[in-house]
Write a new protein. Structure first.
Length: 235
């Protein structure tokens, strides 16, 4: 991990696409923007590790992050993924305790960080930011409950479909592009199925005209149907 060298115009473009700065006053936006810093991560590098005290809220300008833990035998267990346009780690900033998970880059990734002090300053003075964060945390909780539910009730096909749809969550990840840079291996890590099963599932989803696959990417054609696929399994 190294200090970022991301062009200022890319940071500004990402900032303008984010929803949460829009609820702030001009003074608050300026203070938050000045506090931002970037980091660059190589494939497999940790953005943060388990048992650390969180020191920033993390946005993804470019690349893909996996939120995970490591099993007793050393294998990573992925809880969710964060594509470009998303933010992660707000829960760990709201309580001063050791982080219960780790975040790693699955490919070269650029992250944007809002320091804990600035995050806390916004919470202390901005009612709209608090409202945004409450909504965000509620959606995050709903997402994880759905993940547990789908893992226990759905066949691999449904888990792949719902897993891809979750990366386009309209509240948590409103800025994820329709064409998502993600590999079959990354999808497999996210939903807990083999790469071979992911490959079969993607072909079926493409045949159903829900997605269009490319080399290392997926174009989502109908997120609503994808999030309910297949229709005969629990919503």
């Amino acid at each position: 991990m190294s200090s970022g060298k991301t062009p200022a115009r890319d940071i500004a473009a990402f900032w303008e696409r984010c929803i949460w700065p829009r609820v702030l006053t001009q003074c608050e936006r300026e203070t938050a923007y000045k506090a931002l810093y970037t980091r660059e991560h190589g494939q497999g590098e940790f953005v943060c590790q388990r048992n650390e005290i969180a020191d920033s809220w993390i946005g993804v300008i470019e690349g893909f992050l996996r939120v995970q833990d490591t099993s007793a035998d050393g294998k990573p267990v992925m809880f969710t993924g964060v594509a470009a346009g998303g933010w992660i780690g707000e829960g760990s900033l709201l309580k001063v305790e050791q982080r219960k998970y780790e975040i790693a880059a699955t490919r070269p990734t650029v992250t944007l960080h809002l320091p804990r002090d600035t995050f806390t300053w916004l919470l202390d003075r901005s009612v709209p930011f608090n409202h945004f964060m409450l909504s965000h945390l509620n959606e995050r909780l709903s997402q994880f409950i759905a993940t547990v539910k789908f893992d226990r009730l759905l066949e691999p096909m449904g888990r792949v479909a719902r897993g891809i749809a979750s990366l386009f969550h309209p509240v948590l990840y409103p800025n994820t592009d329709a064409t998502l840079q993600i590999s079959q291996e990354e999808i497999g890590w996210m939903v807990g199925v083999s790469r071979q099963r992911v490959n079969v599932a993607l072909h079926e989803l493409e045949a159903a005209q829900l997605i269009k696959t490319g080399y290392g990417c997926i174009n989502v054609l109908d997120r609503q149907r994808l999030s309910r696929y297949p229709a005969n399994q629990p919503a």
